[in-house]
Design a protein around this ligand. Structure first.
Ligand code: BMA
Length: 330
């Protein structure tokens, strides 16, 4: 029994033991990728997507690049968290009065359950990249909420509960295009409508180069006895383009803007063919994690090469012990 993750048991968590002799803290699912090219009639690639447990099975919001090259978000279900039945049509968003309110494009969704509501936070179009937010209770009616922040911004990550009476949203302010810079900021709201108390949380850089160009929040943070654990992506610029790896960071439980530990080295960088080869080579982009609080096992869904959906695993105590010995906070 592991008591480090503050959450519920998930005995049907997708899982595979660490391969014998493997020295890393995070290991890949041996049957990756989970989702390959042209997964549904209207979509060319499904990646950078988010999954949550639901009634003994799983639900997810999926970033789908359509066959005209434009991205939008689809809903899907899975019995085992490994095989997905994804709608061929986009999520039918309505406004707060129930009128259709489609998004012009949407990508990199995060999915979070707060009380009995399921919130989607994605990269939205507000005359340029911005944070979109919406919610559903039943995966049938999908209500778009107001955009929480001004453009330009991406990588919105909503915490799974209020902290000190406020909802917490991480974001990565940027310019409109494929931004060549970026740090993670935090905003607070009492009601998911009015956002303020904006502040800087963590920046690119460090001794290593893997996160030297920009960083961005990843999956919904996991509440643990040691703090909030979040995986995040770090980008390095090479003469052949950007390389997206990911690491982990631990924040103070009562002050999520305070970094306690941060992996000095990446936990996963593109190495496998499905990560180094695809629509955009050399991208590993985590958007979701699910976990079993009883065992401390964590499964991380990440997009690979802007083409595939892949899965990796770790165990919370092993990860935290590693982070204590291999942290660089700057
Ligand atoms: C980012 C986002 C991600 C994408 C990554 C690599 O800016 O657009 O969706 O995975 O670039 O192309």
């Amino acid at each position: 029994m592991c008591n480090t993750i503050i959450g519920t048991a998930l005995p049907n968590l997708p899982w595979e033991d660490k391969p014998k002799g493997y020295e890393g803290i995070l290991w890949r699912y041996s049957k990756n990728p989970l989702i390959g090219w042209n997964p549904t009639p209207s979509t060319a690639r499904i990646y950078n997507s988010a999954v949550l447990p639901y009634e003994g099975a799983f639900v997810g919001v999926f970033r789908a690049d359509h066959k005209n090259g434009r991205a939008n978000i689809h809903f899907g279900r899975s019995k085992d968290g490994l095989h997905f039945d994804i709608d061929d049509t986009v999520i039918p968003w309505v406004d707060e009065n129930g009128k259709p309110n489609p998004v012009s494009y949407g990508y990199d969704p995060r999915f979070v359950k707060i009380d009995d509501n399921y919130y989607v936070v994605w990269c939205d179009d507000m005359k340029g990249a911005s944070i979109g937010m919406g919610m559903t209770k039943d995966f049938k009616t999908w209500t778009r909420l107001q955009n929480p922040l001004m453009p330009f911004n991406r990588n919105g990550v909503l915490f799974p509960r209020k902290v000190n009476g406020n909802y917490i949203l991480f974001s990565r302010p940027s310019d409109s295009a494929h931004t060549p810079f970026g740090d993670i900021y935090m905003s607070e709201s009492p009601d998911l409508v009015y956002w303020g108390k904006h502040r800087w949380v963590m920046g690119k850089g460090g001794q290593g180069w893997w996160q030297g160009t920009k960083i961005g929040g990843g999956p919904v943070p996991i509440e643990t006895t040691e703090g909030w654990l979040m995986f995040y992506h770090g980008v390095s610029g090479t003469c052949n383009g950007f390389v997206y790896s990911f690491g982990a960071v631990l924040f103070d439980i009562n002050d999520p803007g305070k970094v306690l530990l941060r992996t000095r080295d990446y936990l996963l960088t593109p190495e496998k063919d499905y990560e180094t080869t695809g629509f955009v080579p050399n991208v590993a982009f985590p958007c979701a994690n699910i976990y079993d609080a009883d065992t401390g096992r964590i499964a991380i869904y990440y997009g690979a090469a802007d083409t595939y959906t892949a899965l990796a695993f770790c165990q919370i105590d092993e990860l935290l012990e590693y982070m204590k010995k291999n942290s660089e906070v700057f």
